[in-house]
Design a binder for this molecule. Structure first.
Ligand SMILES: C[S@@+](CC[C@H](N)C(=O)[O-])C[C@H]1O[C@@H](n2cnc3c(N)ncnc32)[C@H](O)[C@@H]1O
Length: 224
C-alpha cells in the first residue's frame, strides 16, 4: 500500500486526533509568533491572494491567513476526513477538501498565487515527488510563490514513522523539487534547529520560491 493510501485510509485521521485539540479557537497574536510561514507572509508587502495549503490539517493556518488578509481566498487539501469536516465547520471562510498532494485535478491551471506545503512533504511517497511538483506548478500562477515549511536536511535521510509500522518520514531540502527549473528562484530560505544538541532530526526549513516563466531563459549568450 502506498503511504498516501494509508493516510487516506485512516492514518491522517489518527494524526489529527493525536495532534489537534477540539478547541479551534486560537489567538492570532500567539499563533503568529510561532508559525514561520505566517510570520513570513505578514512581513511582506505582497498580499497572498488566492492561497492553497497542501496537507492543511483542519485549516488553522489558512484561518489565520484569512484573519490577517481579508482579501485572501484560502483553500486547503488534506487526507483526513475528520480534519476537513472539523475545519470546514470551525472556519466557514476557508474551503477544505479531502485529497493528497499528488492529485490537484479539482483545481485549474494558474488558479493560485500562493501554494503552501504545510509540513506534509516529509510524509509523501518518494515516487510521487515529481508528480507533486508538477501539480503544484500547474495550479500556481506565473509570478506566484511556493512556501515550503518542512523538515530540512542537506543530506536526504529517512526514519521509520513511529505511529505506524511500515511507513517512513523523509527529510531533505524540499526546495530542490523546484529549483532545477530556471522558472523558479529561491527568494528566502531559513533553517532552525529546535534541539540544543543540534540533532539533524530537529532541523526545520522555511523556503520561499518564486515562479517566473518570463525571462527564465535569456537569449543565446554564446556567439556562433
Ligand atoms: C505534520 S501535519 C501538518 C499539518 C499542518 N499543515 C501544519 O503545518 O501544522 C502533516 C499533514 O499532512 C497530511 N498528509 C499526509 N500525507 C499527505 C499527502 N500525501 N498529501 C497531502 N497531505 C498529506 C497529514 O494528514 C497531516 O495533516
Amino acid at each position: 500500500m502506498k503511504q498516501k493510501e494509508s493516510f487516506m485510509a485512516g492514518e491522517a485521521d489518527a494524526w489529527f486526533l493525536r495532534n489537534t485539540s477540539s478547541d479551534t479557537t486560537f489567538s492570532l497574536d500567539d499563533f503568529v509568533k510561532k508559525d514561520p510561514a505566517l510570520v513570513y507572509l505578514l512581513n511582506q508587502s505582497e498580499e497572498p491572494g488566492k492561497v492553497l495549503e497542501i496537507g492543511a490539517a483542519n485549516g488553522y493556518r489558512l484561518a489565520a491567513i484569512k484573519s490577517a488578509f481579508a482579501d485572501a481566498t484560502c483553500v486547503g487539501v488534506e487526507p483526513s476526513a475528520l480534519a476537513v469536516e472539523q475545519g470546514n465547520k470551525a472556519y466557514p471562510n476557508i474551503d477544505l477538501r479531502r485529497g493528497v498532494a499528488s492529485d490537484l485535478t479539482s483545481f485549474s491551471a494558474g488558479q493560485f498565487n500562493t501554494v503552501i506545503f504545510g509540513f506534509c512533504l516529509y510524509l509523501c511517497d518518494r515516487e510521487d515527488l515529481f508528480k507533486i511538483a508538477a501539480e503544484a506548478d500547474r495550479v500556481l500562477a506565473d509570478g506566484g510563490r511556493i512556501i515550503i515549511w518542512d523538515f530540512y536536511s542537506t543530506v536526504p535521510f529517512q526514519n521509520h514513522y513511529t505511529p505506524k509500522h511500515g511507513l517512513h518520514s523523509y527529510k531533505m531540502d524540499y526546495a530542490k523539487m523546484f529549483l532545477w527549473n530556471p522558472a523558479y528562484s529561491l527568494e528566502m530560505q531559513k533553517t532552525i534547529n529546535s534541539d540544543p544538541a543540534w540533532h539533524p532530526d530537529h532541523n526545520y526549513g522555511l523556503s520561499v520560491l518564486r515562479k517566473r516563466t518570463k525571462g527564465a531563459f535569456i537569449e543565446n549568450p554564446y556567439s556562433k
